[in-house]
Design a protein. Structure first.
Length: 492
């Protein structure tokens, strides 16, 4: 994706979010009609974390699996867990160490469900998970049971945020109290006209030695808004998360179900606000579609355009963003749920979600002109890797150069530290000094000029002159090129 997210990121770093913003073209999103999870009653909010190993990806999602309100388990909504090797085929935990890959929700067992505590007696959901130092940290929504209608409580229940930790992502230790709840809320509250509260739908980050937490909340004049809290203490500690702004001044209004992801120092939030154009007489649910906002600090935001729903789908909602590298390319994945809507053709709009899907767009960094600390020398290059002392740059002519960070201008140092670059791992055979070579495939019909980077699990990674990379099985190369790769590996 050469124009969308990366160019936006550079403009935000340079000018701030109020200037120079470009919309992301719809065609930059690659979509698949094939659902990742389906056959369930009503499930959504698929939070994905990369953990490595055979099952490289883990997912937490929630809702009703086999039947309305999960009759076999306490409360109503519950959180479930799945795993995948490739982000395409998923297996769901069955609670006894086994995993279901047949999409049979009768077998699925939640990893978190409601309890007898009044503030999580009905709904548990909206999981957001961070893997830090080998421990999974989760923030999730919880609610009281429903009570009679009264001013200040539009959902007729109290909503709050809970925390939990786990070593395996399946067995969780919950916080002893909500990590974020409106002061004074109780199981059977008095009417409170003008009340601001109902903290819900968290998005959790660990950054610069502290927890950062975005969430949505109810404001009587602004509707569902996005808020923000921080915690520089123990994750599960009561009152450790503190809201960082006046709730009468939301970060974004009309921003339900927010998720936040940081990409190269730029924050992107995805939500499903109302406002998408619909036909007269259609359900208001259709006006809520995926939408993006962007920020240079996670506090001041600029909304971008709506993302059109999938073809044949009335509404795509409850987004979760995720960044990963596959076959040498970086991708922003957006996981979401599809509403049944009018697809039953019975004249009614069905709000339930029947599929979890994903779309993705490629993240491509642009060449940048770097200056040295004196300002006298310049080099146009693409950052490749960095550690605490050095940075590796790919020049326009295809050469790779490594230089101390402190040799660059302060502006360039700040820019590089915001990027999510891989570490400066040692390259086999000193490959940074290797020349470009014309590689030929085993048929002799396809050729590309590139440098050999590494061989992993039978696949080679090549760096092309335009800065992009290509990954392919070793046996797809000509015999001469296979021998060339083996010769470089012997030089380690």
């Amino acid at each position: 994706m050469k124009f969308g997210i990366c160019l936006i990121g550079l403009l935000v770093v340079a000018f701030g979010v109020s200037e120079g913003l470009a919309q992301v073209p719809q065609e930059k999103w690659e979509r698949s009609k094939k659902p990742l999870l389906t056959n369930f009653n009503n499930m959504y909010n698929p939070c994905v974390v990369e953990v490595g190993g055979e099952y490289r990806f883990r997912m937490w999602f929630f809702g009703w699996a086999n039947d309305h309100t999960n009759q076999k388990f306490p409360g109503c909504d519950a959180i479930y867990h799945a795993r995948s090797k490739d982000l395409k085929k998923w297996e769901v935990s069955c609670g006894d160490g086994s995993w279901d890959d047949t999409m049979n929700p009768e077998l699925w067992v939640p990893v978190i469900h409601a309890s007898e505590r009044w503030y999580e007696a009905w709904h548990t959901g909206d999981p957001t998970v961070v893997l830090k130092d080998g421990i999974f940290y989760m923030a999730y929504s919880a609610t009281s049971k429903h009570f009679s209608a009264r001013d200040g409580y539009p959902s007729t229940m109290v909503q709050c945020l809970m925390g939990a930790t786990s070593e395996d992502g399946i067995q969780w230790e919950k916080s002893a109290a909500p990590i974020l709840i409106r002061k004074g809320d109780k199981p059977d509250p008095d009417p409170q006209p003008g009340r601001i509260g109902d903290f819900h739908r968290p998005s959790l980050h660990w950054e610069d030695g502290k927890w950062r937490l975005w969430f949505d909340y109810w404001h009587p004049d602004r509707g569902v808004c996005m808020g923000y809290a921080e915690n520089d203490s123990e994750f599960l500690m009561k009152d450790a998360f503190q809201i960082q702004h006046d709730l009468n001044q939301p970060l974004l209004d009309n921003w339900p179900n927010p998720n936040v992801v940081r990409i190269d120092g730029v924050y992107h939030s995805f939500a499903d606000p109302a406002g998408y154009p619909i036909e007269e007489g259609e359900s208001h649910w259709k006006s809520r579609q995926l939408c993006e906002a962007i920020s240079d600090d996670g506090i001041k935001w600029k909304r971008l355009d709506f993302i059109d729903p999938d073809r044949g789908i009335d509404a795509c909602q409850v987004p979760e963003a995720f960044v990963t590298t596959q076959d040498g390319k970086r991708w922003l994945y957006l996981f979401y749920a599809t509403q049944i809507g009018y697809r039953k053709k019975d004249g009614s709009y069905h709000y339930q979600y029947d599929q979890i899907r994903a779309m993705k767009r490629e993240l491509v960094r642009e060449m940048r002109t770097f200056r040295d600390i004196t300002g006298k020398h310049r080099i146009k290059a693409l950052p490749q890797a960095m550690d605490h002392e050095n940075v590796r740059l790919l020049k326009e002519d295809g050469d790779l150069v490594t230089m101390p960070l402190t040799s660059l201008s302060r502006t360039d140092q700040v820019y590089l530290k915001k990027l999510d670059l891989p570490g400066m791992q040692k390259e086999a055979g000193g490959k940074s000094a290797l020349e470009f070579r014309l590689f030929t495939d085993s048929t002799g019909q396809h050729k590309t000029e590139a440098k050999f980077i590494k061989l992993t699990d039978g696949k080679i990674l090549l760096l092309k002159r335009d800065g992009s990379t290509a990954s392919l099985p070793m046996d797809r190369l000509s015999k001469d090129d296979q021998q060339y790769v083996l010769d470089q590996l012997e030089k380690e």
